[in-house]
Design a protein around this ligand. Structure first.
Ligand SMILES: C[S@@+](CC[C@H](N)C(=O)[O-])C[C@H]1O[C@@H](n2cnc3c(N)ncnc32)[C@H](O)[C@@H]1O
Length: 604
């Protein structure tokens, strides 16, 4: 971006930096005309948009090298390092690469299964055997490993069938004899009633939490006020700790710092047996289900094209189909795969900031749904989100212009040739980016995972646990369409937490009918003084706070930065002059503000 900034003449730079929302068509047009005529611009963006020049695609040579290094670590019993290397190799292995007479991917999954087995991670190891067999149903060693694992896990019926399949694929007599002995070593499975199904077959929603439901009696509506714009209010009395709103995101993107530790779809912590993206080397998922929901279907194997399994008993053939079929992951969904347009190996999704990647996902979702015009001219109408472009600082305005031009260019060149690169699409993207700034929500998780504690991005803990014992991380950024209608209060009466990607809002106190339902965007009375709360909200969200916490005198605002009196019997404090000024401004506003603010009711 710095390189692009340096190409802009000073007068245009100043016009862009001081632009209001009404100037955007003209500033976008001038910048676009300038950049499209500059070879430096074309060079910079082609490095971002061209998959041939990118480093996010698959690479067979790198994968083979990582596999060799993984094998070396495995032999020297450095299982942690072998696990890391095999997972890395899986990420860059092309779907169709062959190593010897086997699919590279299948052999990497089986090698990783061996490592996981040695690390005592049996379920994870079993899942990797499954993955190897889904790619190559004739992989005798994978059936054998699966049988061993099922024996250890007490799934004797499955273990018997796995080793029977392995034996049918084994050509040498010695090998068959050994497998026969393995079969004999499986405890008598026929008497075991609990082994009717394979307990560890992955399910559709592996890793994804189910959202709770909103209490039936809770009713909310959207109202509009002059001071805060739209906001949500209760239409009935709501008890403390009631779930008032649950929502799946319109779009989400993982934080850059969590790309190696959390699932790129559900944002939960990654297990040891990560699932790579089949077409590029960036995302990793906790399960096939998350991978498909994010990036689309996996390729399917052609089951028993050589009729090798024909002679086996029916129940064994059914077992083979059950294990190797990919049907379990395919389910009807109207979800638009939000990674699909990024999945071409081009660099831009890895390089651009999260805000821009999220904007790209929103644009592509609306285009794929057939809602957005190819010049994006109806974007604002569809999204109906508030924005504060005109209040942003000059540097932010310039940044949004550059990001929009680069994003529109990259999307049109790498995945959406219909998208027109013009002043209308750039203007709408600038507005979208400014909407994301004030309306997107940081998705947070407790660092230790387990999700036993939930919290706000600002650090408001939803359980009664002491704050100091918990550490939270921002795992993603999401846009929730209704969630973004909740205004801020420094004295909030609701808090939010997340299950996977889902947002849940809950009251923290009794809320009477007609009362605004407001959460904290960060600052709260008692934790920050009034001056700092106001400054934070102006800098981060570009509004002057008009909440109940800032409209009244709070003892904590007075004492939080005050000095105690030296006399231990005196409860008085000495105030900093800034605090005194802020409090007197607040008093002035309190006395001059109109008593009855008109509320316009909107249908929600
Ligand atoms: C996430 S949106 C909330 C919904 C918004 N009011 C609307 O009409 O779409 C955040 C914006 O609401 C307004 N807002 C939220 N809380 C506010 C508060 N306490 N005081 C003043 N404005 C507030 C600001 O304009 C802020 O940029």
């Amino acid at each position: 971006m710095e390189k692009l900034k340096s190409l802009i003449p000073e007068d245009l730079l100043q016009t862009v930096k001081s632009s209001s929302v009404d100037d955007l068509l003209s500033t976008s047009s001038s910048l676009l005309r300038l950049f499209l005529g500059l070879p430096q611009f074309h060079q910079a963006v082609s490095e971002l948009a061209n998959p041939e020049l990118g480093c996010c695609g698959k690479n067979e040579e790198t994968s083979l090298d990582l596999k060799r290094r993984g094998n070396h670590c495995f032999r020297s019993r450095d299982f942690d390092e072998a696990l890391r290397l095999y997972s890395k190799a899986l990420r860059v292995a092309p779907l169709d690469a062959i190593d010897g007479d086997k699919s590279l991917l299948a052999s990497l999954f089986l090698n990783r299964a061996n490592v996981l087995h040695n690390l005592g991670l049996l379920k994870e190891s079993l899942r990797d055997c499954h993955r190897a067999l889904r790619i190559d149903p004739y992989y005798a060693k994978a059936w054998y490993r699966r049988g061993k694992l099922n024996t250890l896990l007490g799934n004797y019926k499955d273990a018997f069938r796995d080793i029977t399949v392995s034996m049918s694929l084994e050509s040498s007599l010695v090998g068959k004899k050994q497998l026969q002995n393995e079969l004999k070593a499986i405890p008598d499975y026929q008497n075991n009633q609990t082994l009717e199904h394979d307990e560890y077959r992955p399910s559709n929603d592996a890793g994804v939490d189910h959202l709770p439901s909103v209490q039936m009696e809770v009713k909310l509506r959207c109202v509009s006020t002059k001071e805060k714009g739209r906001g949500m209010v209760s239409e009935c009395d709501i008890e403390e700790a009631s779930v008032i709103h649950v929502e799946e995101p319109f779009s989400v993107v993982i934080s850059k710092s969590c790309r190696e530790t959390h699932c790129h779809f559900c944002l939960n912590e990654l297990p040891a047996d990560t699932v790579p993206c089949p077409s590029c080397s960036i995302p990793v998922y906790c399960s096939e289900s998350c991978q498909i929901q994010s990036g689309g279907m996996l390729s399917t194997n052609e089951m028993d094209k050589h009729h090798i399994f024909q002679k086996l008993p029916d129940d064994i053939v059914e077992h083979i189909k059950g294990v190797t079929s990919a049907d379990i992951y395919y389910f009807a969904t109207d979800l638009i795969q939000e990674h699909q347009h990024e999945c071409r190996g081009a660099n831009w999704p890895a390089v651009l900031p999260s805000d821009a990647v999220l904007a790209g996902r929103i644009i592509m979702k609306l285009i794929n749904q057939g809602k957005a015009a190819t010049d994006l001219s109806n974007l604002q109408e569809i999204l109906e989100l508030s924005h504060t472009y005109s209040k942003m600082n000059p540097e932010n305005k310039l940044e949004l212009h550059l990001l929009s031009i680069v994003l529109i260019w990259c999307l049109s060149k790498s995945s959406c040739p219909n998208l027109s690169v013009c002043e209308a699409s750039v203007t709408q993207t600038i507005i979208l980016l400014s909407q994301i700034k004030v309306n997107s929500i940081a998705v947070a998780r407790m660092k230790s995972s387990g999700d036993s504690f939930k919290c706000l991005p600002s650090g408001n803990i939803s359980t009664k646990e002491p704050i100091q014992s918990l550490e939270q991380i921002r795992v993603g950024q999401a846009l929730y369409k209704t969630g973004s209608l909740f205004n801020h209060s420094c004295k909030p009466n609701i808090h939010l937490y997340f299950l996977s990607r889902g947002l849940i809002m809950q009251t923290t106190e009794f809320v009477p009918t007609g009362c605004p339902l407001e959460l904290s965007y960060g600052p709260e009375v008692g934790k920050w003084d009034c001056k700092n709360r106001i400054r934070f909200l102006e800098e981060e969200y570009f509004f002057h706070c008009r909440c109940r916490g800032c409209a009244q005198i709070n003892i904590s605002d007075l004492v939080i930065n005050g000095y105690g009196c030296v006399n231990t019997n005196c409860t008085g404090v000495v105030l900093d002059s800034n605090v005194a000024t802020c409090e007197s401004e607040k008093l002035n506003h309190f006395f001059t503000a109109p008593r009855n603010v008109d509320q316009q009711v909107q249908v929600f």
